[in-house]
Design a protein around this ligand. Structure first.
Ligand code: HEM
Length: 139
């Protein structure tokens, strides 16, 4: 679980705080997740990734929002509702290789650009998320 960030911004700030700027990180994470799934839902480069998701992405949107809120150091919304994420186990039903991982990262980085997340936050967040996405590989 990621909750402290040292290289970017003030000491002991969390990604959650830094993403929000003056406001709350909640709005930025919501926007990031909505944009991420909108891209997955429409960009042909993410077609294989889209195909392993349910036709209706409502639940996936809500769960990723809840998870990322806690993962970035905000309130542990996902854990409070569903318990420990056990993310790797929860992804076992899906066949995930390099191409699925890369499509996931493609959607995420495109979403970050689209909503205006800038350096150094962009690279830092993308690097950490790449680590998580790579850990999901099971084929
Ligand atoms: C590496 C490529 C990945 C693939 C192919 C993938 C695929 C999926 C799929 C198919 C679902 C089920 C969604 C549905 O209901 O339709 C899911 C759920 C989920 N994914 Fe991923 N995922 C990936 C990476 C990640 C990463 C990096 C994170 C977190 C940073 C993440 C967080 C989640 C969460 C929180 C859920 C909901 C789990 C639950 O409670 O059921 N996923 N993912």
């Amino acid at each position: 679980m990621l909750n402290k960030i040292e290289e970017v911004g003030a000491n002991k700030s969390t990604f959650y705080e830094l993403l929000g700027g003056e406001a709350d990180g909640k709005e930025t994470i919501r926007e990031l997740v909505e944009t991420f799934y909108d891209i997955m839902d429409s960009d042909p480069k993410a077609a294989e990734l889209r195909a392993i998701h349910k036709p209706d992405l409502t639940e996936a949107r809500e769960k990723l929002f809840m998870f990322l809120t806690g993962w970035t150091g905000g309130p542990q919304l996902y854990m409070e509702r569903y318990g420990h994420p056990r993310l790797r186990a929860r992804h076992m039903p899906f066949s995930i290789g390099e191409s699925e991982r890369d499509q996931w990262m493609y959607c995420m980085i495109s979403a970050m650009h689209k909503i205006g997340i800038v350096e150094p936050m962009l690279t830092k967040l993308a690097t950490q998320l790449h680590g998580v996405a790579d850990f999901m590989r099971n084929k």
